[in-house]
Design a protein around this ligand. Structure first.
Ligand SMILES: Cc1cc2nc3c(=O)[nH]c(=O)nc-3n(C[C@H](O)[C@H](O)[C@H](O)COP(=O)(O)O)c2cc1C
Ligand SMILES: CC(C)(COP(=O)(O)O)[C@@H](O)C(=O)NCCC(=O)NCCS
Ligand SMILES: [Mg+2]
Length: 399
């Protein structure tokens, strides 16, 4: 799985796909680009050819009498994943009705690989009932996974829905699809994820915290969405996550807020993955006003924080799956033993043991490595990989 075919139709957001192509090529992914006639009005085929290190294909190539086999068949067979970005109102309509009057749409019909598609257009165009009907038609089609347009400023200075998803979001979908082959095995499932480190306030300007950034939990939320799930993410890190209607985000700060939100959301979840670093202790003294230095105790009296995941385990219905993360230091054997003990003591279905004392794993890194342990005894050690890949490996382990 290493061939990404990209179909570009005629919108100004085509300029952003240059970034997508360039990033993929630099990562060693093989990329080929098809452009519609209108797309070539916005960005030249030469730009994409140069960035992709491959020829760019246009309708002139489609009608070229010197091809051995039809070009749309060759490209369709070559593709592992087909990304359509941007998708114009016009091309969306053609896709919804199975029309094929250019190289791009013929290649769609001739191929079998999963399709990711990212529409972009003016808000008034986007909200037309005809356009919405075509969009919803494709949302129901098993071959298509939508990368929804977002709200914001458009090229005509209007503000509203219709901005193409940012290259970074598109690249994450592609990374997922290259790993999973686009499988939608979480469709119809509701996943609850928590992420980030809690802050246990002493007063409004001082807290006991930890270095967790929420990256691993957010990657789990994204991986679940890429596999078709609906996700509720309860997070202490306020990064914007435009994942459309598939993601509900609740921001919290303290372990008490995290606990309350988890209790409220837990009954609706098929799978709950607790990747947040929740504090273990907090100050007994909690002031609503900033304490002067002279009033700060030098021996802070602490109390234990109730264990959220152990509490959820007591509320669990038999068909629900509850997974914890154990951030540990030490040797692999020590990390494993500590995680095994937590799995049993807390009554979890599985645990991901995660070493946090190396520079490439744990807090704040973009990569991670873990050992997954199931309550029934099986284990899996992942390679060092991106946090998104680790999330997919965890879902593969659970399902
Ligand atoms: C300056 C300009 C900007 C355009 N931007 C968009 C756009 O963002 N989204 C869209 O759906 N159509 C846009 N269009 C209209 C499409 O280019 C037009 O419908 C064309 O027929 C699409 O052809 P295609 O779908 O084969 O690429 C734009 C047209 C112009 C002239
Ligand atoms: C055009 C653009 C890519 C600009 O993005 P930018 O503000 O990040 O440069 C973004 O606004 C977008 O995706 N717009 C949707 C299509 C659009 O504006 N079409 C022009 C007709 S109003
Ligand atoms: Mg803990």
């Amino acid at each position: 799985m290493n061939h990404v075919l990209i179909g570009i139709s005629g919108g100004i957001a085509a300029y952003k796909v240059c970034e997508v192509v360039s990033s993929l090529a630099k990562r060693g992914v093989e990329v080929r680009v098809i452009m519609t006639r209108s797309a070539a009005e916005f960005v030249t085929p030469l730009t994409f050819a140069t960035l992709s290190r491959q020829p760019t294909y246009t309708d002139a190539d489609f009608w070229q009498p010197t091809n051995g086999r039809p070009l749309h068949i060759e490209l369709a067979e070559w593709a592992d994943v087909f990304l359509l970005a941007p998708v114009t109102a016009n091309t969306l309509a053609k896709l919804a009705y199975g029309m094929a009057d250019n190289l791009l749409t013929n290649t769609v019909l001739a191929s079998n690989c999963p399709i990711l598609f990212a529409p972009a257009m003016n808000t008034t165009m986007w909200l037309q009932p005809t356009v919405q009907e075509n969009w919803h038609k494709l949302l129901k089609d098993y071959r298509y996974t939508a990368i929804a347009p977002t709200d914001g400023i458009l090229a005509c200075d209007a503000v509203g829905t219709g901005r193409m998803a940012e290259p970074e979001i598109i690249l994450e979908y592609l990374e997922s699809f290259l790993f999973t082959q686009g499988k939608q095995d979480l469709k119809g499932k509701h996943i609850l994820v928590n992420a980030g480190g809690t802050r246990e306030f002493i007063d409004p300007v001082r807290f006991i915290g930890n270095p967790s950034t929420g990256k691993q939990g957010i990657a789990i939320a994204k991986a679940a969405i890429h596999r078709g799930a609906k996700v509720t993410l309860i997070t202490t890190s306020s990064s914007s996550l435009p994942m459309g209607e598939m993601l509900g985000v609740r921001e919290v700060r303290t372990s008490a807020e995290m606990h309350q939100a988890m209790i409220e959301e837990f009954p609706n979840a098929d799978i709950t993955i607790a990747a947040a670093a929740v504090g273990d202790v907090r100050s007994k003294l909690q002031s609503d006003r900033k304490l002067p230095k002279s009033e700060l105790p030098l021996n802070l009296e602490l109390e234990y924080i109730p264990d959220i995941i152990a509490d959820l385990a007591t509320r669990k219905r038999p068909e629900q799956i509850l997974v914890g993360f154990a951030a540990q230091t030490g040797t692999e054997a020590e990390v494993c033993a500590a995680a095994q003990e937590k799995l049993e003591r807390k009554g979890l279905d599985a645990i991901a043991a995660n070493a946090v004392n190396t520079s490439l794993t744990g807090f704040g890194t973009d990569t991670n490595q873990a050992i997954f342990i199931h309550k029934e005894g099986h284990e899996e050690t992942t390679p060092l990989c991106s946090k998104l890949e680790l999330a997919h490996r965890l879902f593969d382990f659970l399902i």
